[in-house]
Design a protein around this ligand. Structure first.
Ligand code: ATP
Length: 208
């Protein structure tokens, strides 16, 4: 993976299927002082506040992509991209590079951290793992994920499954990951996080 300047904190990605517990686990890392970049939240922010990205989205999807007050017209965009895979790819190809640039600038400001985390649902699908030193995969069985998301978002099983279908097969992503955290209610996630934290703290750019 990437080699950069010595003494830079490592860039660690954290991903996993929908409802696997990525955010929950990132909060645990935050409690022990690790800075976390939430890529999906950043993407939502940048789609409204990055002028170049806004222009690009309007150029490709029409000015209707934004409301009069400058908010993203999510229903309009969703109506296009969730029925047309090419349009979804196009939108991602506009958004992901802007998020990556923002994430790198954020990372460069975290000089005192032993490593930083970048949380994203689509780390491999977007190719952003190429910019990371290591990737953690949060695993939970599909049935548990469906149950958690149905409860959290008050959505139907079918709606959760539709979101799952937009992601790559789990086994492919686990094979590409360097570490796995199992969040299936049988193992202590706190212990797993602490163990992994110690391991990541002992690594440098030269021995990843
Ligand atoms: P998404 O892919 O939708 O962003 P996520 O992977 O970030 O989801 P979370 O939001 O962290 O997943 O977790 C999904 C739901 O499951 C949340 O309501 C969370 O509180 C709950 N949850 C996650 N892990 C656990 C756990 N170990 N014990 C109990 N509840 C959990």
């Amino acid at each position: 993976m990437q080699t950069e300047l010595k003494n830079q904190p490592l860039r660690i990605g954290i991903t996993g299927g929908i409802g696997s517990g990525k955010t929950t686990i990132c909060k645990l890392f935050e409690t022990i002082g690790i800075p976390v970049y939430y890529a999906d939240a950043a993407a939502k922010h940048l789609m409204v506040h990055n002028p170049d990205l806004v222009s690009q989205i309007k150029a490709h999807f029409g000015t209707e992509a934004y409301t009069q007050s400058g908010e993203l017209n999510r229903a309009y965009l969703a109506g296009i991209v969730f029925h047309d895979e090419k349009k979804l790819k196009l939108l991602n190809s506009l958004v992901h590079p802007v998020v990556e640039k923002d994430a790198q600038a954020w990372h460069a400001r975290q000089q005192d951290a032993p490593y930083t985390l970048k949380e994203a649902a689509l780390i491999f699908e977007s190719g952003s793992h190429r910019h990371l030193d290591r990737v953690i995969y949060v695993y939970a069985p599909l049935e548990l994920r469906i149950k958690r998301v149905m409860e959290r978002d008050h959505v139907s099983r079918e709606e959760v499954l539709a979101r799952v279908r937009n992601q790559w097969p789990e086994e492919d992503k686990i094979a590409l990951s360097d570490h796995v955290i199992i969040n299936d209610n049988t193992l202590s996630v706190i212990q797993q996080v602490h163990k992994l934290h110690r391991r990541l703290c002992s690594m440098t750019k030269n021995n990843v």
